[in-house]
Design a protein around this ligand. Structure first.
Ligand SMILES: *[C@@H]1O[C@H](CO)[C@@H](O)[C@H](O)[C@H]1NC(C)=O
Ligand SMILES: *[C@@H]1O[C@H](CO)[C@@H](O)[C@H](O)[C@H]1NC(C)=O
Length: 227
């Protein structure tokens, strides 16, 4: 009888911990603080034209990685990601982040339902709360991984699940996140963006604060502050 009670207690308490929001770790705080921004690589268009020795050509891309609370995942660290090339939106995802026991950050990608005639950055922050997803399960085989290599440098592999080919294994991008930039190398010619010899370098334009609920009760220092 006692052991039955104990098992019931354990089942109930495990269910409890499974569904409550965890406390944001310092690692996830640093990553989400650093990644949360809008980005552009517009400077590269100029360099590409001038530096004939390199003879490179990059697409001109605007992207945003916006930390948001969404109704579909109230207990998770979620990001809205949007990317457009020359004013045409071709990526709208929700990224659900978690961290494993070894400090590796995992991200599951979900496609956002695209309203007809959606214009870049049309969704305002408030619109994102109830954003509709194409599916309630993540896109299979599209998990992204990031790991920290310095206090304020992360490297990662981001799988291109929007690529032009229908390969069973989506081609990857190699990412480096720093205080001012994200550098992304397009590893495959089948990816949506033009393949270039040099990495794409996206400068942060506008930074987004983390949702207040995420940082309740924690007191970490921004890894990019000078102190
Ligand atoms: C969302 O968070 C909950 C609670 O921490 C966790 O059990 C669940 O696996 C997370 N979902 C995803 C998609 O990571
Ligand atoms: C947060 O940390 C800073 C630096 O360690 C400290 O000065 C400050 O008092 C702390 N604030 C709270 C609310 O604990």
């Amino acid at each position: 009888m006692t052991s039955l009670k104990l098992s019931l207690f354990l089942i109930v308490s495990c269910r409890f911990t499974t569904y409550a929001r965890e406390v944001l770790s310092e690692n996830l705080y640093s990553f989400t603080t650093m990644a949360g921004a809008s980005y552009s690589n517009e400077v590269q268009e100029i360099v590409d034209k001038l530096d004939v020795d390199v003879n490179d050509k990059h697409d001109v891309i605007s992207a945003l990685w916006r930390p948001v609370e969404i109704a579909a995942f109230p207990d998770n660290w979620t990001y809205y990601i949007e990317e457009s090339v020359n004013g045409v939106v071709h990526r709208m995802n929700i990224l659900v982040l978690s961290e494993d026991d070894y400090g590796i950050i995992h991200g599951q990608q979900y496609d956002v339902k695209r309203p007809i005639d959606y214009k870049p950055k049309q969704y305002e922050f408030a619109d994102l709360t109830n954003v509709e997803l194409e599916s309630s399960t993540p896109k299979p085989g599209c998990e992204i991984l990031f790991t920290r290599i310095e206090r304020n440098v992360y490297i990662g592999t981001y799988l291109d699940c929007e690529s032009k080919t229908h390969l069973s294994a989506p081609p990857p991008y190699s990412f480096t996140l720093t205080c001012n930039t994200i550098a992304a190398f397009v590893c495959s010619r089948s990816s949506f963006e033009l393949y270039a010899r040099l990495s794409y370098i996206f400068f942060k334009k506008e930074r987004y604060a983390l949702p207040a609920q995420w940082i309740e009760g924690v007191n970490y220092t921004d890894p990019c502050s000078l102190s």
